[in-house]
Design a protein around this ligand. Structure first.
Ligand SMILES: [Zn+2]
Length: 419
């Protein structure tokens, strides 16, 4: 179905898109908790995409007042009547590293050696950082110049979705049903879906925001937040015997009583944890916030129960002490919902295989926009976009990965059209 001419077109398109988009400064701001988008600069890329989608002749192209870009590729004859689905990618880049003045650099015919960076002689990208590098010998590797991240997360996803749309327009013989496209702001600060037009979204969606070629994720953490408020009894320290209850000291003993091995630094793969995010306070009042994570909600419930019981125990041990425990569900594991309609992941799995890649099924040790959309009733697994070492100045991507992810979209469209 996909011939060399199409592959050539896709490669040029996705490379050109990617190199242009990464140079647009779109870092989001975690301290902005009210406004969407969190930073005005995200409009720059959103406006570019709106214009390019119009030029491609997509329908119902719209840039919302909150910086979401929407567009529809109508079905062609071969895909008439097929169920629509949506492709999502995010325009913002991570605030963890500088994202302004990104200078992408192509290393053609990569020979497997250590990669150095023109703008930071001390920075090196080695096989130790990324064992995957050796799989891309002979390929073209793209990195930033050393001062910034590359923002392949998620401009790779944006570039791939845009290149796929261009390919559908250029080669109308490629079968596809109706495909919707949505580019979102603020994913990196966990606010990528807050102002999304939920009614416009079709039932099923895919985010193109994963890493290594082949990655396909339909599972993420079940996530809880816990706020602990400790109220002690303050008395003049010289006359405090049998009267004072020191809130800060009591809270530190409380934290010491949490299981030491169930923390982020001691867990991996499918293991869950309690993470102490912060501790504040003095002898009268102290507080702490935890996050609780696991793939099984039942395990998290046990952890929450443990925290509540521990609070009661401390109150009993120190009459007059008050510990208030507030628990909030932050997001849920999408697996329970996504797996009710297994074909959505199976189709992505097949599309990846058709490109000649073995799917790598992974569980996300975090949350995604997809997890939140799934919770809203739009099952949304995550597909690879190809970048590696996200959120770092060593972030890199191989050009072949950009092309392959674009090709996955073409196969996915055909499989949905045949469904
Ligand atoms: Zn991302």
């Amino acid at each position: 179905m996909i011939n060399d001419q199409m592959r050539q077109f896709m490669m040029e398109k996705v490379r050109d898109n990617f190199l242009r988009y990464v140079q647009v400064y779109t870092t989001s701001d975690p301290d902005e908790e009210e406004k969407t988008p969190s930073t005005e600069r995200q409009w720059d890329l959103a406006r570019m995409l709106e214009k390019e989608l119009r030029e491609l002749g997509l329908e119902h192209v719209r840039l919302s007042e909150h910086c979401y870009v929407y567009a529809t590729l109508p079905a062609n004859d071969a895909g008439k009547g097929a169920e629509p689905f949506c492709l999502l990618a995010h325009v913002d880049s991570s605030p963890d590293q500088p994202g302004d003045n990104v200078k992408p650099r192509r290393i053609e015919n990569y020979d497997g050696s250590v990669i150095t960076f023109p703008d930071d002689p001390d920075l090196k990208l080695t096989e130790e950082d990324s064992p995957e590098l050796k799989e891309f010998i002979g390929d073209t590797i793209i990195t930033a110049s050393g001062k910034t991240l590359l923002s392949a997360d998620d401009k790779a996803g944006v570039a791939e979705v845009m290149a796929a749309m261009a390919t559908f327009r250029k080669f109308p013989e490629l079968p596809h049903g109706e495909i919707r496209v949505c580019f979102t702001p603020d994913e990196e600060i966990g606010r990528g879906t807050v102002k999304i037009d939920e009614d416009w979204l079709p039932k099923f969606c895919y985010t193109f925001d994963g890493g290594y070629p082949g990655e396909l994720e339909d599972e993420n953490f079940d996530a809880w937040g816990v706020d602990l408020k400790v109220k002690g009894i303050g008395v003049h320290p010289g006359y405090a015997k049998d009267k004072m209850i020191n809130a800060a000291a009591t809270l530190s003993r409380f934290i010491a009583a949490l299981p030491e091995w169930e923390t982020p630094e001691h867990t991996e793969k499918r293991e869950g944890f309690i993470h102490v995010v912060n501790v504040k306070g003095d002898f009268e009042n102290a507080s702490s916030s935890f996050i609780v994570r696991d793939f099984e909600e039942e395990n998290n419930q046990k952890r929450l129960e443990f925290i509540k019981e521990l609070a009661k125990l401390f109150e009993k041990r120190h009459p007059g002490l008050e510990i208030e425990v507030e628990v909030k569900h932050q997001y849920q594991n999408m697996a329970a919902i996504v797996r009710k309609t297994p074909e959505i992941v199976e189709l992505a799995d097949r599309a990846i295989r058709e490109v000649g890649i073995t799917p790598v099924r992974k569980s996300i040790r975090g949350g995604t926009d997809g997890a939140r959309l799934t919770q809203l009733g739009h099952p949304t697994p995550n597909v690879f976009a190809g970048g590696l070492l996200f959120h770092s100045r060593k972030e890199w991507i191989a050009e072949s990965s950009l092309r392959k992810a674009t090709e996955v979209i073409l196969h996915l469209a055909r499989l949905w059209a045949e469904k």
